[in-house]
Design a protein around this ligand. Structure first.
Ligand SMILES: Nc1ncnc2c1ncn2[C@@H]1O[C@H](COP(=O)(O)OP(=O)(O)O)[C@@H](O)[C@H]1O
Ligand SMILES: [Mg+2]
Length: 291
């Protein structure tokens, strides 16, 4: 049995390359060879007769570390088992879609409004829209790009001027407005769920920023998450049909709040902080699904 690990066509991020190397290494230890392939060769496409054709015929399964939702969709339609599944990656890629998908699950999340998508850069965001956002969420509030990671598309706005500026800048990009959770300023939990079970967790803290992402200089400490947090993250992974994910959890005043679910969470920082072999846990799960 052979597997393939598909990585993004362009990414040279060290964390990303570490991810694929570690997974290949652990698969090999378990007796499965894996080829790491960059997603730049049209692994799947639609033939002139309308058939979906895959070039990954001989591989037993595919560890899909990219977020290219077209290739993942076609590969799956062509019969390939992807880890994670196409639908799970697609939903998690968009923070607003994730929020909506989990809305009636009973999982606590900060109040969130979807930004209104604008198709014309010349148009202004209406005062009525901004007023409703202000009235619903108050200040400070969080504005996020729906497609963003590593903390780069997440902003805190403290007043009406900043909100108007942010709304103007993001109006043509999918975005959302969210209640700020002050108790979680500069800290949160990252909980890794693999095969439906919480396998490791860390608390992330930042000194100078409300965002605790390690990529922005946050530090990490291994924790055993409270049982209710582990259960909440496992439930989210189950609803979203994720084989593997890193869930960000905020510290609310009275409860823990789910912040976002990362289908393609990097595990380097978590392995370093916890000493746990995350790659191994993921590979064990994948092989248990395939056999
Ligand atoms: N509503 C919020 N209230 C307080 N802090 C938040 C909120 N949303 C995000 N954060 C902080 O910002 C960080 C990045 O936000 P997140 O939604 O996880 O985006 P990214 O995909 O960029 O990691 C979180 O880890 C958390 O520290
Ligand atoms: Mg995050």
């Amino acid at each position: 049995m052979k597997a393939t690990i598909i990585i993004n066509a362009y990414s040279r991020l060290e964390h990303s390359l570490y991810q694929s190397d570690r997974i290949r290494e652990e698969l090999l230890r378990m007796g499965v060879e894996a080829d790491i392939l960059r997603n730049n060769f049209f692994a799947a496409s639609v033939s002139d007769s309308g058939e979906i054709v895959s070039k990954l015929g001989d591989y037993a399964f595919c560890v899909y570390l990219d977020k290219d939702k077209y290739t993942s969709q076609m590969l799956e339609r062509a019969g390939m088992r992807l880890f994670n599944r196409h639908d799970a990656i697609e939903v998690c890629d968009d923070k607003m879609t994730t929020f909506i998908r989990l809305a009636d699950s009973g999982i606590p999340m900060p109040r969130t409004l979807a930004g209104l998508l604008c198709y014309d850069p010349q148009e202004d965001v209406s005062e009525q829209t901004l007023k409703e956002v202000e009235d619903s969420l108050g200040y400070p509030m969080i504005v996020k790009m729906c497609y963003g990671s590593l903390g780069k598309g997440v902003f805190k706005v403290d007043n009406a001027d900043q909100l108007r500026r942010a709304a103007r800048e993001l109006k043509c990009t999918p975005h959302l407005f969210q209640r700020f959770v002050p108790e979680s300023y500069g800290r949160d939990m990252r909980v890794m769920v693999i095969g439906g079970k919480c396998v490791a967790a860390m608390e992330r803290r930042s000194d100078g920023d409300f965002r605790s992402n390690l990529e922005l200089g946050g530090s990490a400490k291994a924790i055993t998450p409270p049982r209710e947090v582990a259960a909440m993250c496992e439930k989210a992974a189950d609803i979203l049909r994720l084989d593997y994910c890193g869930v960000d959890v905020l510290y609310g005043k009275d409860e823990y709040l789910l912040c976002e679910v990362n289908s393609n969470a990097f595990f380097r920082g978590l392995e370093a902080a916890t000493g746990k072999n995350i790659a191994r846990a993921y590979c064990e799960h994948m092989l248990s699904c395939i056999k």
